[in-house]
Ligand binder design. Structure first.
Ligand code: NAP
Length: 243
């Protein structure tokens, strides 16, 4: 029987590429995003790999919406074997100028969503006594980043949640890891100014941005059989941004 992977924020960017890669690996995929149209496009491409793909448009910052979505995925697919918490946003600004609204929004989408999804999915995985959870954090969560006070807070929290859940769920055969990408070429980083991009490139040992398929490859490894004994880890994938 095929295994099932949930990918949040799968409408574009890193999430869409993870969906393609896990489909190529033979997973059935349950795809989430706010944008139902973009999600349908991702699903169509996933189906080219001969697997089952279904769309679950929902706002992952809503606890109720996540509960309903996970229930529906379980009913549709029977099992939930992999959860990739990828959905995320930025509302960048310096601490001194940051509005409460932008702080709360980024924490809700990037951090609370991980609680929402892990709470409901881990209940299913605990009964199955197996599962993999992969949380997409960021180098900003590991090292901080000026101008990303809210984003760094949310991504650092994801690392704490990952380690705590790994300790709580390990005995049930569930591995929980985080990945911390550096600068990856996606619509999120396209929004940076040319000056910001040049300054960042200068700091990266490999002198290039990462690509979405490089992130998807790491997720594929963490979802696959070769990583069965890895849990509670944060794997940085940044081309040597912080060495
Ligand atoms: P992206 O291109 O902006 O894609 C993010 C996706 O998440 C979008 O499709 C977006 O939908 C969706 N989304 C946003 N809010 C949502 C919500 N409340 N519920 C469900 N879906 C929602 O970003 P990306 O660059 O692929 O980033 C993916 C993840 O990697 C994020 O967690 C990001 O923080 C992390 N990351 C990215 C980089 C990078 O350099 N790109 C570096 C480190 C970490 P809409 O289109 O409707 O907004």
């Amino acid at each position: 029987m095929r295994k099932t992977a949930i990918i949040t924020g799968a409408g574009r960017g890193i999430g869409a590429e993870i969906a393609y890669r896990l489909s190529a690996d033979g997973f059935n995929v349950a795809l989430n995003d706010l944008n139902a149209e973009a999600l349908a496009e991702t699903a169509m491409k996933c189906k080219d790999f001969g697997i089952t793909a279904a769309c679950f448009p929902a706002d992952v910052s809503s606890h109720d919406a996540c509960e309903k979505m996970v229930k529906s995925i379980k009913e549709n697919f029977g099992t939930i074997d992999v959860l990739v918490n990828n959905a995320g946003i930025t509302r960048d600004g310096l601490l001194a100028r940051m509005s409460e609204e932008n702080y709360d929004l980024v924490v809700a989408v990037n951090q609370k969503s991980v609680f929402n999804m892990m709470k409901h999915v881990s209940a299913v995985m605990m009964k199955q006594r197996s599962g993999r959870i992969i949380n997409v954090s960021s180098v900003a969560g590991l090292h901080g980043n000026a101008g990303q006070f809210n984003y760094s807070a949310s991504k650092a929290a994801v690392i704490g949640m990952t380690k705590s859940a790994a300790k709580e769920l390990g005995a049930r055969g569930i591995a929980v890891n985080a990945i911390a990408p550096g600068f990856i070429q996606t619509p999120m980083t396209d929004a940076l100014t040319d000056e910001q991009k040049a300054a960042i490139l200068n700091l990266i040992a490999m002198k290039r941005y990462g690509t979405v398929d490089e992130i998807a490859g790491l997720v594929s490894f963490l979802a696959g059989k070769d990583s069965a004994y890895i849990t509670g880890q944060v794997i940085e994938i940044s081309g040597g941004l912080t060495i």
